[in-house]
Write a protein that binds this ligand. Structure first.
Ligand SMILES: [Zn+2]
Length: 75
């Protein structure tokens, strides 16, 4: 997974104002986005949208069963 994250840094080097979106590694070597966060979010504006945007599909309730509009079951 490669992303355009020019401010990336280790999670342990982050301060409160840095985006915590994981981009590489794990555990103590976890690398995060590191861009400046958006007010009221743990993420920068780009990753805030990714984290909180609705899924790209809609759901419908058919006979009490919630399904995706494309027909796949919702877990
Ligand atoms: Zn970010």
């Amino acid at each position: 997974m490669s992303e355009d994250t020019p401010h990336r840094r280790l999670l342990i080097d982050c301060e409160r104002l840095h985006c915590r979106w994981p981009v590489d590694g794990s555990g103590a070597d976890l690398v995060v986005c590191g861009d400046l966060i958006r007010d009221g979010s743990p993420y920068c504006p780009t990753h805030h949208i990714r984290a909180y945007a609705p899924p790209p599909w809609r759901t419908v309730s058919v006979g009490g069963v919630v399904r995706r509009v494309d027909g796949a079951p919702v877990n």
